[in-house]
Ligand binder design. Structure first.
Ligand SMILES: O=C(O)CCC(=O)C(=O)O
Length: 219
């Protein structure tokens, strides 16, 4: 968990932009997201959507934080907005991002970042993780429904050492894309939004389709 990366003013500007982008997507699909079978309030391919979201996913402060591990060079694998609507019972089951990502491209260093747009805690569906779980490789994933369709098991699966990660707006989480994580319901009256941006070494020649882009050349 890295404290104080973004100012609240920066996050508010991004949040306002997301209001517009979600509304546009609603106009296109009538469902508040792009493509079939996705979740209310979610937006995929954020890095391709607007100048403001493009700038956000290539933020030099974040690239500086990951570049000791994600190297040589840094490329974006994918970026999305996740959301939990007020009083939502939607949950995202235990999974590893690489269970999805490795189908598109293998990476030795891939990391995911989780950047909340509001303060998060167990009441509004913060992320839960199992520290150290990235060391065991990618496990088999099945289908359990919920917001994250491929999972190792349901959110109430007993995962030894699982801890909630309450993260305030302005702070961020950075973790291996092999790390086990999940999130539960939002029991509050306010939407909970977060960016998930994943990065990999620039020498892997592809990511998730058109979202892949080299942000720092390998030297
Ligand atoms: O933001 C969340 O609630 C979790 C979503 C997540 O882990 C994912 O989409 O990979």
């Amino acid at each position: 968990m890295i404290p104080d990366v973004f100012t609240l003013a920066e996050l508010e500007a991004v949040d306002r932009e997301l209001d517009c982008l979600v509304e546009q997507a609603q106009d296109q699909t009538g469902e508040g997201h792009v493509g079939p079978n996705r979740n209310p309030g979610w937006l995929l391919q954020l890095g391709l959507r607007s100048e403001i979201t493009q700038r956000f996913v290539r933020d030099e402060r974040v690239l500086d934080l990951i570049s000791d591990i994600v190297r040589p060079g840094v490329a974006i694998y994918s970026a999305k907005l996740t959301a939990k609507m007020p009083q939502s019972t939607d949950i995202c089951h235990w999974h590893q991002d690489n269970a999805y990502y490795n189908a598109h491209a293998m990476s030795m260093t891939r990391m995911s970042t989780w950047i909340p747009l509001t303060d998060t805690d167990v009441q509004n569906g913060c992320l839960w993780v199992v520290p150290g779980s990235h060391k065991g490789g990618v496990r088999e994933h099945g289908q359990y429904g919920g917001q994250c369709p491929k999972a190792m098991g349901p959110a109430d699966m007993i995962a030894d050492g699982a801890v909630p990660c309450p993260v305030a707006a302005g702070d961020m989480l950075i973790f291996s894309s092999d790390l086990w994580h999940h999130s539960k319901e939002n029991l509050t009256d306010r939407i909970r939004r977060a960016f998930i941006v994943s990065y990999q070494e620039a020498t892997v020649p592809r990511g998730n389709g058109a979202q892949w882009k080299i942000l720092r050349e390998a030297v």
